[in-house]
Design a protein around this ligand. Structure first.
Ligand SMILES: Nc1ncnc2c1ncn2[C@@H]1O[C@H](COP(=O)(O)OP(=O)(O)OP(=O)(O)O)[C@@H](O)[C@H]1O
Length: 385
C-alpha cells in the first residue's frame, strides 16, 4: 500500500492540511508540539478507528470545532508482482480512497465513493502499523492490548474473522447483562451455547494466527535483541482449553459468574506471552527491551500481512530516534527500505542515521499548523506550491 494523499482537517493543531507523501521513507521534522505525532494519529485513526493516544473524544478534535476529518488516497499494490534481488517491485493494482468525519460521538465514513455502515469497513481497507512511545505496553501492559494486536492482524488476513468476533462479542454482552440483572439460571443456557459456538472458532483463529506469526517474530527478536536468548510465544486461550471445551467451562463457571455478575472465562480473557531464554520473564525486561520486543511483534505482523494478502502495510514510527538507539534505527530503517514499504517517521530533527546512512527519504517540516516538504508547501492557507 502506498498513500498518495492525506488530508487532515480540525485534528489537534491542524486546521486544514493536505499532504502528498512520497514512496519509501517520509520523515516529518518539527519542534516539540509542532504536530508531527498528529499526522500519525490521523493515519492510525483511519486504520484502527481510534488514536494510539486515546479515543477521538479524548481531545483529538481541534479546540472549538465540532468534528475532525481525515481523507486518504492510496494505491494498493502487489509486492509479489515482480521482484529483483534487492527489493520487491510494487505494481499498482488499484487506487482507493477513504474519508472519515468524527465528532467523538458520531462519525460518518466513505470508502471508494460509497458510505460505510461500520467503522470496521474503513479499518479493514487501510493497514497501518504504528510504533510509538507507548508500544512497549504490547509486551508489558494488560492482556487486552495483546488481544487487540492479534485481532487486528486476523481482521486483515482472515476474511471470516470479523463475523465470528462480532457474534462472540454480542453473545458476551447478552450473557453479562443477564448475569448483572441476576436472571434465572435457565435464561443463560441460550447465551452459553452461543458463546461456545462463536468462542471455539474465535480461539482456533487466534491460535493459528499466533502460530503463523511466531517464526517471523522470533527471528526478528533474535536479530533485534539477541541478549534475550531463545524465546517462545505461548497462547493462553482464556479458559483451560486443554482440559475441557468452552461450553463445559462456562457451565462450570456459572455459579461463580452469577455471583460476580460477569463472565469470568472465555476468549475475551485470552492472552499471549513470550518466554525469554535469558531472563526470568517480561517483568525483567528493561523498557528498551520491551520496546524492541514490541517492535519485533509489529514488524512480524507487517511481514505476515504482506505475505498473506500481498499488501505491504504502511509503517509509522513516532519519534523513532528517541525510541531506539542508533544501531537499531539503522537496522530497522534499512530493513524497511529493502521491503519497499511506505514509512512515516517523526522526529525533532532528521536523525544522523538517515542523514549519513545513504537510505533515501523525503523530508517534511511541520510547524504552525502547516507542513512544508520537498514536495511543496501545504497548510491552512496554502495550496501546493
Ligand atoms: N484538541 C486540540 N486542539 C488544538 N490544539 C491541540 C489539541 N490537542 C493538541 N493540540 C496541540 O497540537 C499540538 C499536538 O502536537 P503533536 O503532539 O502532534 O506534536 P509533536 O510535534 O508530535 O510534538 P512532540 O515532539 O512534543 O511530541 C500541540 O501543540 C498541542 O498543544
Amino acid at each position: 500500500m502506498r498513500i498518495t494523499r492525506l488530508d487532515i482537517r480540525n485534528l489537534r493543531a491542524f486546521e486544514d492540511v493536505q499532504l502528498r507523501p512520497a514512496p519509501g521513507i517520509n520523515f516529518f521534522a518539527g519542534e516539540n508540539g509542532a504536530g508531527k505525532t498528529s499526522i500519525l494519529e490521523a493515519l492510525h485513526l483511519m486504520a484502527y478507528g481510534r488514536s494510539f493516544r486515546g479515543r477521538v473524544r479524548d481531545g483529538l478534535v481541534r479546540a472549538g470545532q465540532s468534528a475532525l476529518e481525515v481523507f486518504v488516497e492510496w494505491d494498493e499494490s502487489s509486492p509479489g508482482a515482480g521482484t529483483t534481488d534487492e527489493a520487491p517491485v510494487a505494481r499498482p493494482l488499484r487506487e482507493r480512497k477513504a474519508g472519515l468525519r468524527h465528532s467523538g460521538h458520531d462519525w460518518s465514513g466513505r470508502l471508494d465513493g460509497d458510505s460505510v455502515a461500520q467503522l470496521g469497513e474503513l479499518c479493514a481497507a487501510l493497514a497501518v502499523i504504528t510504533f510509538e512511545p507507548g508500544s512497549h505496553t504490547l509486551i508489558s501492559g494488560s492482556a487486552d492490548v495483546r488481544r487487540r494486536f492479534a485481532d487486528w492482524g486476523l481482521f486483515h488476513v482472515e476474511p471470516g474473522f470479523f463475523a465470528v468476533w462480532r457474534r462472540y462479542s454480542r453473545a458476551l454482552r447478552q450473557r453479562n447483562a443477564l448475569l448483572k440483572s441476576r436472571a434465572p439460571s435457565a435464561h443463560l443456557d441460550t447465551w452459553d451455547h452461543e458463546l461456545a459456538q462463536a468462542g471455539e472458532p474465535l480461539n482456533r483463529l487466534r491460535q493459528s494466527y499466533l502460530d503463523a506469526l511466531q517464526p517471523g517474530f522470533l527471528d526478528l527478536l533474535r536479530e533485534l535483541a539477541p541478549a534475550l536468548g531463545e524465546s517462545r510465544l505461548d497462547y493462553l486461550p482464556g479458559w483451560r482449553r486443554d482440559e475441557m471445551p468452552l461450553a463445559d467451562a462456562l457451565l462450570l463457571a456459572r455459579e461463580r459468574d452469577q455471583h460476580a455478575g460477569f463472565t469470568s472465562i472465555g476468549p475475551h480473557r485470552a492472552d499471549w506471552r513470550i518466554h525469554f531464554g535469558a531472563i526470568p520473564g517480561r517483568d525483567a525486561l528493561s523498557r528498551g527491551q520491551a520496546k524492541l520486543t514490541a517492535l519485533a511483534a509489529l514488524l512480524a505482523q507487517a511481514d505476515h500481512l504482506a505475505t498473506t494478502t500481498g499488501q505491504l502495510p504502511i509503517i509509522a514510527f513516532d519519534d523513532l530516534a528517541s525510541e531506539l538507539d542508533r544501531a537499531h534505527q539503522v537496522r530497522v530503517l534499512t530493513r524497511l527500505a529493502g521491503t519497499g514499504a511506505q514509512v512515516f517517521v517523526t522526529g525533532t530533527e532528521v536523525p544522523p542515521v538517515l542523514a549519513d546512512s545513504g537510505i533515501g527519504y523525503t523530508l517534511f517540516h511541520v510547524e504552525h499548523g502547516a507542513v512544508h516538504g520537498d514536495r511543496g508547501v501545504w497548510g491552512a492557507s496554502a495550496g501546493p506550491t
